[in-house]
Design a protein. Sequence first.
Length: 220
Amino acid sequence: MRHQEKPKLEKITENLGHPFEIIFNGIKGFPSILASHTSIQAVTVIVRKEKLSADLIKEISVKTYNLVESSFCNYNPQTLLAARLSVPFCIALAAVDGEVTLQSFNEKRVFDPKIRDLMKKISVKGTPELNSLYPEKFPAEVEIITKDGKKFCGGEYYPRGSYYNPLTQEEIESKFISLATVTFSEKQALKIMETINNFEEIKTISELTNLLVVPRDTVS
């Protein structure tokens, strides 16, 4: 019979609180596959800064890590889920809207001619240099060329909301409201957020939980 070592019970509390692992958690900046996030970030920075209309874009070239090219480049998504898993779709959406939110994804947008047309102008390629940085980083280098020959470049290496690129308090609150208003009214969502932000001051937990009841007339 093989000798078995005794459990090392001290391992259960080893380094407990030094630091708490929860501080390394992140909040997803976009409601899409993580592989799309740094590309979305780079594109939105460019189109917002340069005030670029999608109609003026001739091509968008993205260099990134190999997994993006091999696994997340569906150029013909047919469902909402497929669109959220398609990096070309997410890039086109970012270029058209200047942002990517939960409200950006709906059945109509999946087949939006403007997005579909722009997807044809997008190339996504993995490179050895950027692939070597993954998975410690999620690199994406973007080049946008306009129809009048202008060229704009940008790059991102950490997804927004990750430990190395955290969301601001304002961005977290904006994301919360965009998600909460799927179920609650904006007024109720704002009250929930206000209560959470002042959690130390509430006297009973019911001050929060009572706000989490969905109004009867909104339940289908």
